[in-house]
Design a protein around this ligand. Structure first.
Ligand code: ADP
Ligand code: MG
Length: 590
């Protein structure tokens, strides 16, 4: 019962929201209207902070920008509100595009500081602008009219705001479940996943920044035409921090969290003010302190915010998306001819400070071949993978891929050329489903972007990408886990999902960093069969693995590394017989 209640809570809340103006007193209708406007603003922050992992202390300024653009056009030039909305959105997109182009590359606190500066400057800029009414404010803003009917009363504006809120939520949901959305959702854990699968992480971060600003501007537009009076105060730093609080408390990674957070924070603040005034007298301003204390307690109990907390406690597994049939991707890359050199590395070298992690390594790998790399911990195997896959730049050496030399190739380029990899430490987006994680691998096979997915023009492509992902999950034996959250899988299974994701990019060369670690014996056998099958299809595979039986039975050739250097290379039986190898590494095993 409770589970069903939580699961359907959003729909129930919306139904209640639609009916409540009919019973609530006018004052409360107005309060809920402002809560919903704040929720719209928070949805922008959910995209930027919760989903894409960038903190903003200047969100209220974008809300203000939207409000002032439309407010000015309405009050001074008499332009209709709907045209004001278009102008507000364009202005916010331009401003965020400009600011974002400079700041989004910055990491962590630098970006937060940059948004803080923007937020503060906006407040003073508006407050000192004659044209915008200085700190006294801008009056005479017209209401929104729909088909010639002006929305003036509290109840009328309530429905306007409710409709806009529902539209923004629907659009965000649509976006987040699309190809673009999957990449955005991978950004919170850093740019690595996006870049590894052919997406420009910087572009997507910028997109999240601009989208947050645009949604903020929509909230500002609503505010301007509901309140019909503007002053800089609701768009200052305090407001930005309030939005951040609302988003974080509600659950910054969740759309519904924005709603919950906006509601709770408004109510708590309001009630606190009344209560503390009653207890300590009208002049004390203790509410901020008490408020902060409440926030800290809440976040201690529910680190990811209240919505995920509730969901985890009460909800059953997420609803499966019905009707995704396994399918082969059309237009696949031709596999290299058997025996054709796919990758050749010459005298690769990489140092970290004084440490030579990879020292003069040369090797090649051919289509239809599995090359095993052995070596004790710290030998430089993962670093070698990072050099080949473009994740790290090399200090020296040459690489060529399918016959073309690579002077400087990023991870993104390498993915597009046909290299795909897994990581030693499974790097899945934990709060996305297994199927969606695999589909990230296929990102560069799709074409549909933000606009197509907003208008639902991406359905055919989505069916292909998800069907292809399902097919690969089937190949690694995890089709039945497709709709579970990746974070709920065992580590062994997460590795298999990573392999499916790597295969989703349709590679010609596959780099696997310890794929069998954490797998049970029977799972290892399944993996060995899969790798043998892939080899038969013509894939070139480079495999780092500690399980000797696994590597020796599977690999066509082996390369052994120690202290960054290559100490042996050859067929498994040759390597096993090599005395140097036995001394350096195999020791007990040999
Ligand atoms: P392996 O995968 O064979 O266990 P790695 O390639 O991870 O070895 O590491 C090789 C050596 O390089 C180790 O000594 C490790 O500490 C060092 N190393 C790896 N990555 C970095 C880094 N980003 N910065 C500094 N040192 C590193
Ligand atoms: Mg390693």
């Amino acid at each position: 019962m409770t589970r069903a209640l939580v699961r359907f809570a959003p729909s129930i809340a919306l139904a209640l929201a639609a009916l409540s103006p009919l019973v609530l007193p006018t004052y409360q209708v107005a309060v809920v209207t402002y809560v919903m406007i704040a929720a719209v603003a928070c949805l922008g922050l959910v995209l930027m902070t919760g989903i894409a992992g960038m903190v903003s202390f200047g969100h209220a300024a974008f809300v203000g920008l939207g409000a002032y653009v439309s407010g000015y056009l309405s009050s001074q030039l008499g332009w209709p509100a709907w045209i004001g909305l278009a102008c507000a959105v364009i202005a916010a997109a331009l401003a965020a595009g400009l600011i974002g182009a400079i700041t989004v590359r910055m990491s962590g606190h630098y970006l937060a500081l940059a948004t803080l500066c923007f937020g503060i400057s906006f407040y003073f800029l508006v407050g000192n602008s004659e044209m915008l009414g200085r700190f006294n404010g801008l009056t005479g803003i017209a209401p929104v009219s729909v088909a010639g009917f002006e929305l003036r009363s509290e109840r009328q504006t309530y429905y306007l705001v409710l409709v806009m809120l529902v539209l923004v939520i629907a659009w965000c949901r649509q976006l987040l479940s699309s190809r673009t959305g999957r990449v955005l959702r991978s950004l919170r854990s850093g740019p690595v996943i996006a870049e590894t699968f052919g997406a420009n992480a910087h572009h997507y971060r910028l997109m999240a920044f601009v989208l947050a600003a645009v949604i903020g501007a929509v909230a500002g537009w609503l505010y301007a035409h509901v309140q019909r009076f503007l002053s800089p105060t609701p768009f200052g730093l305090t407001a930005s921090i309030d939005y951040l609080f609302m988003t974080v408390i509600g659950g910054s990674g969740q759309l519904w969290g924005a709603l919950l957070g906006a509601g709770l924070v408004t109510i708590i603040k309001h009630e606190l003010q009344d209560l503390l005034k009653f207890v300590f007298g009208p002049t004390t301003r203790l509410e901020l302190l008490v408020f902060a204390a409440i926030m800290i307690v809440v976040l201690q109990k529910a680190r990811r915010g209240l919505w995920p907390f509730l969901e985890q406690r009460f909800a059953t597994a997420i609803a499966p998306v019905a009707g995704i049939e396994p399918a082969i991707m059309p237009r696949r890359r031709a596999k290299p001819e058997h025996g054709l050199t796919v990758l050749s590395a010459g005298r690769l070298r990489r140092s970290f400070g004084g440490l030579l992690a990879v020292d003069d390594i040369s090797f090649d790998v051919k289509g239809g071949e599995i090359l095993g790399i052995l070596g004790p911990n710290g030998a430089g195997k993962s670093t070698l993978f990072n050099l080949i896959s473009g994740a790290l730049s090399r200090s020296k050496g040459e690489l060529s891929f399918l016959g073309s030399p690579l002077s400087k190739a990023s991870a993104r380029d390498m993915c597009r050329r046909g290299l795909s990899r897994t990581f030693q430490h499974a790097a899945l987006v934990q709060d996305m489903t297994v199927l969606e994680n695999v589909a990230i691998g296929a990102t560069h096979l799709g074409r549909r972007g933000l606009f197509a997915s907003s208008l639902r023009l991406d359905r055919v492509e989505e069916r292909q990408l998800l069907g292809w992902s399902m097919h690969l999950l089937d190949r690694v034996g995890l089709a039945d886990k497709a709709f579970e959250l990746a974070g709920n899988l065992s580590l062994g299974h997460q590795r298999l999902v990573e392999i499916a994701r790597a295969l989703a990019a349709d590679p010609v060369l596959l780099l696997l960093d310890e794929p069998a670690a954490g797998l049970r014996t029977n799972e290892k056998a399944v993996l060995a069969d899969l790798l043998a099958e892939l080899r038969a299809e013509g894939l070139a595979i480079v495999l780092v693995e500690h399980d000797m039986d696994f590597v020796f039975s599977l690999a066509d050739r082996l390369m052994v590394m120690n202290f960054g250097r290559r100490i042996a290379v050859g067929r498994p039986e040759e390597v096993r017989a090599d005395t140097g190898v036995q001394e350096a590494y195999l020791g007990a095993a040999a």
